[in-house]
Design a protein around this ligand. Structure first.
Ligand code: ADP
Ligand code: MG
Length: 646
């Protein structure tokens, strides 16, 4: 006789150990030939399901040998077992075990996905099978919308999808009424007539009568076997109707994405909450970085408006942080000497302080700037009304003042009328010679028009009572050699003072240090946002773990229909990636929207592509990293346990 399709040799399956040891199968030897219709009967608890799980390669025996077409199953690895399940067996379960979120058609397609059948062929074949089983018009129904008998027929169609040699049916009529039971048995007979080997497990002797051979088991042992009826034997004739290649990664990922969307849709509220975590994280990253970048550009722009041609001299040795006004090292003569150097347009001495300005009963406290006649030139400021003071005013310590527009507006009804009027500064009358054109707020938010400008000579004598400067601003002609000019100025002051009791800074180097400060500010904002992304990721992991334990049965069904561990892994990682990616996309959009809103409400937020790409990639990575553990958990599940879980 030829090699039997299935050969069991002294198979034992023992659960537990010691006291609680259960010998579910205790020395079963059995041959089943291709084309047989075998019923395995026995009372509940006799070991039927255990036998079926072993036959279907869902479980491995504790001892004994199992050969399929002469090949020892015990020597196969996980993937080879999955391939054997996929190619040789079609399962029909008592409780149908359909995927609740997929349509009838999609359920039938599942085994072919793992067999690598192209989508169109798959759809066609699933449709044909359901049509033949009288469910042609129920293709798009979910299992919940079908009767028990219909669901079981969908399960039969699924079992036939990969055109297996053997149909394993465990109590297929157990949940059906007597009429649908009869139909189901008829269906199995038809399949048998078409050349398939049928192994039917039942506790019902009447149902077992449909089979050609009845094997009875009791307490894990075969107690009776009616034997093979010679006339029913025939070689397995069915030609493989399916391309039996493995699924390509691309089509598998595509399927996983579709199934991910299905299961996300099935739990829409939970999905939204999980997504929200990722969205908030990503939006925070995008928004925060946009605001950081905006503020950086703002500050830089304001400093650039100052001109890049200024060198500032402040009193105090380099590195000292004392207030410049308290250090008495810079003098008017220093400024005069500096002005004579090459490549210098002007060197403006400056002494400033706060004072109250009064006209009539009006009091106004403001900043008084004592400077030289070169101030408008060096600072790039124009006089709006009247005129600026002159060298002569400087020399004569004239009591003249130029008002900023804020001061003029506060003291006079109209800016223009201020010219020629007298104001009191610290008790001394000053004639208003002009009003300087407005400049707006400085980079530090200071109102640059809230000033009164006086000759520094007059100021030192009448207002400040000090003969030292708070700073000298040098305007450089050729900015390309600003560093050299700065060095020459330093040498000159060093020579004059005999010691380095002053500091020089040019606007270019100031800009650099501001840029650095702003960059670290942006980094800080970004890391705060990154933490919220991390929290979102933990949410993804949480929900994936819940999802895996909720869908244990689904995982079991997928494994029974031939999914390898890697298939299950890919599926769950894909789901996590879909959550991460979707959350990432929406988050980027929300972050950009928030930036736009911030911009329209006066804040400057600049959207650059990098943060968006960074945040989106992080969201994807988050999905990958936090989805890995749940996916691994799913992939390592024991198929039998998964199938029998509640
Ligand atoms: P049947 O399908 O004929 O009702 P089973 O094969 O399900 O019987 O079970 C056979 C015996 O093995 C029973 O005594 C059952 O309690 C035991 N059994 C089945 N599965 C397990 C398991 N996972 N752990 C421990 N005992 C089990
Ligand atoms: Mg059972």
């Amino acid at each position: 006789m030829s090699t039997p399709l299935i050969r069991l040799r002294d198979i034992r399956r023992i659960y537990g150990e010691g006291e609680s040891e259960v010998r579910a199968l205790d020395g079963v030897s059995l041959d089943i030939n291709a084309g047989e219709f075998v019923a395995i009967v026995g009372q509940s608890g006799s070991g039927k399901s255990t036998l079926m799980n072993l036959l279907g390669c869902l479980d491995t025996p504790t001892s004994g040998e199992y050969l399929i077409r002469g090949e020892n199953v015990g020597l196969l690895g996980h993937d080879e077992l999955a391939a054997t399940r996929r190619r040789t067996f079609g399962f029909i379960f008592q409780r149908y075990n359909l995927l609740g979120t997929a349509t009838a058609g999609e359920n039938v397609e599942v085994p072919a996905i793992y067999a690598g059948m192209p989508q169109s062929a798959r759809r066609q074949r699933a449709g044909d099978l359901l049509e033949r089983l009288g469910l042609g018009d129920r293709l798009d129904r979910k299992p919940g919308q079908l009767s028990g008998g219909q669901q079981q027929r969908v399960a039969v169609a699924r079992a036939l999808m990969n055109d297996p040699d053997v149909i394993l049916a465990d109590e297929p009529t157990g949940a059906l009424d007597s009429q649908t039971s009869k139909d189901m048995i008829g269906l199995l007979r038809d399949l048998h007539a078409n050349g398939r080997t049928i192994i039917l497990i039942t506790h019902d002797p009447v149902v077992a009568q449909a089979a050609d051979r009845i094997i009875t088991i009791a307490d894990g042992q075969i107690s009776d076997d009616t034997g093979t009826r010679e006339q029913t034997l025939r070689p397995a004739t069915t030609e493989p109707a399916v391309t039996r290649s493995d699924a390509s990664l691309a089509s598998q990922v595509w399927e996983s994405i579709r199934s991910a969307f299905r299961s996300l849709k099935a739990n829409i509220f939970r999905t939204i909450l999980t997504l929200l975590g990722v969205i908030i994280g990503v939006a925070a990253v995008v928004g925060m970085l946009a605001i950081g970048e905006g503020s950086r550009q703002d500050v830089l722009a304001r400093f650039e408006a100052l001109g890049s041609n200024l060198v500032f001299v402040r009193p105090g040795a380099p590195g000292t942080r004392m207030r410049g006004s308290a250090i008495a090292t810079l003098t008017l003569e220093d400024a005069v000497a500096l002005a004579d150097l090459d490549n210098i347009i002007a060197a403006v001495p400056s002494r400033s302080g706060q004072a109250t300005v009064r006209i009539g009963a009006n009091d106004y406290r403001t900043s008084i700037e004592g400077v030289s006649q070169d101030w408008p030139l060096a600072m790039g400021r124009n006089v709006l009304y009247g005129s600026f003071f002159t060298q002569k005013d400087m020399d004569q310590r004239a009591a003249v003042a130029i008002l900023g527009t804020t001061v003029a507006d506060n003291l006079f009804d109209d800016r223009k009328s201020a010219v020629g009027q007298y104001i009191l500064i610290g008790g001394t009358p000053f004639e208003v010679a002009g009003v300087v054109a407005p400049l707006g707020a400085s980079s530090f938010g200071q109102d640059q028009d809230d000033i009164v400008v006086v000759p520094v000579t007059t100021g030192m004598m009448r207002i400040f009572g000090q003969n030292y400067l708070t700073s000298i601003s040098i305007a450089v002609e050729d900015t390309d050699i600003v560093d050299q000019t700065e060095e020459v100025a330093r040498q000159l002051l060093l020579q004059r003072h005999g010691t380095e009791d002053f500091q020089l800074r040019n606007t270019a180097s100031l800009l650099e240090s501001i840029d650095e400060t702003q960059a670290s500010f942006t980094l800080l904002l970004g890391s705060v946002a990154a933490i919220s992304l991390l929290v979102g990721g933990i949410g993804v992991m949480n929900i994936m773990l819940v999802s895996v334990s909720e869908r244990t049965r689904e995982i079991g069904v997928r494994m029974a229909t031939g999914a390898r561990r890697s298939d299950i892994m890919i599926q769950f990682i894909t789901e996590a990636l879909v959550v991460g990616g979707l959350g990432g996309l929406i988050g980027v959009a929300v972050g950009m929207l928030a930036s736009l809103i911030a911009t329209s409400s006066g804040m400057n937020a600049v959207i650059t592509p990098n943060p968006a790409i960074l945040a989106f990639t992080s969201a994807l990575l988050t999905g990958l990293v936090f989805g890995y553990m749940p996916a691994r958990k799913a992939a390592r599940m024991d198929p039998v346990r998964a199938l029998t879980s509640e």
